[in-house]
Design a binder for this molecule. Sequence first.
Ligand code: PMP
Length: 454
Amino acid sequence: MNIQATERPASHLFYVTRLRRPLVDRAEGIYFWTEDGRRFIDGSSGPMVSNIGHGNRHVIEAMKRQMDKVSFAYRLHFENEPAEELARRLAGKMPGDLDRIFFVSGGSEAVESAIKLARQWAVATSQPKRWKVISRFPSYHGGTMGALGVTGDLALTETFAPQIQPMPAIPAPTAYRDRDNLTMEQRGVRYADMLEEKILAEGPESVVAFIMEPIGGAATAALVPPDSYFPRIREICDKYGILLIHDEVMSGAARTGRYLGGDHWNCKPDIITLSKGIGSGYAALGAMAASAKLVKPVLDMGGFQHGYTYAGNPLACSAGLAVLEEMERLGCEANAAAMGDLLKSALEGLSKRFPFIAGVRGKGLLIGCDLVADPVTFEPFPKTQATNQRLLDIAYDKGLILYSRRIRGDGAELDNLILAPPLIISAAEIGEMVSILGDSFEQLAHELDLPVNG
Ligand code: PMP
């Protein structure tokens, strides 16, 4: 069935495109069923959200119990037990002294909060000239105006340029693509050193923070920097008194096989943003973690001048708490690591047959690659070919949901692909997913007349 031809009455809803999709009926584990009886594998956990899988009874029951008591109580009127307990539990998962938690309802809100906390901290500590937040390109940090200011994807920012406060950016550490004589570790340091160069060019007294994803997401498809990148970035931030913000909205909540992406390198950033997996799709939930040292001057100057209506509501926090309990009970970190290894080797295997799959990378169940015309030079496919959308449609028709985007980072465009099923996936289910994935690549190669190795 061609999804574009799905015939239903005109809808009052609109999102990105006019494309109609089948009506979802129910979901359980890694599967969705639509009203017309079709089954789909959630190969991307939506947009890397449904980490503990669909239909989890423990979470559903916890939310029902909470709704019977109180669903909403405004944070400036009442404290609530689920928010207190979730903050305590999340603080325990954060590195170093990042034990102060600020709740929000999504990833963009978490990023806005981090940018504003950094700025207000600068003002509160008598550094009023500091306001710039350096970011990377390509990158994705959210759709709100502040978050777009640190997002490096021209396809998303160009139209709104007059309304966005653009921030300085350095290249993302796409070391796997470089063709030079350096080792990966040397490249890691070289990419990190670009931060120092940028700080000096901007004027260190004007820079308040640097924001990055420890393991890349939407814009860089599971980009894993060389190990040497992390300590050098920390060193540079410390040298100039600049806050390091780790955006763990996608890489956090056990997605990469550790609770945080940065845990693979024992990173100690100053601010961490979380969302997606911490609510796992059961509630709109996000969070920002910072140290008491950072938060205190802000509170002392009369309070953080920022907040959202739904922040820390009891229902969303009861979901977050139950999700966290399930993540531990189901061993999501260990399973993500083990199943991620399986999935990554499978994709590496497929890249031997289909040379347009290049740069396979990732950790845990955040696995990515580029889709390219030439695997050596990483030459992109022509835009007109709409390779990424074609792959999405082919897989969707076969019952597999994938996540693939065409990114416009620094002008150069590239199609990428992320594989990120729920962290509860079994080896048999990985096999099923890989089989449909292979068939989808086969069809893509056939339709676009791409070379295939025998
Ligand atoms: N930061 C990162 C790293 C993300 O991946 C996303 C969402 N893809 C966001 C921020 C924004 O999150 P939301 O869509 O929930 O606002």
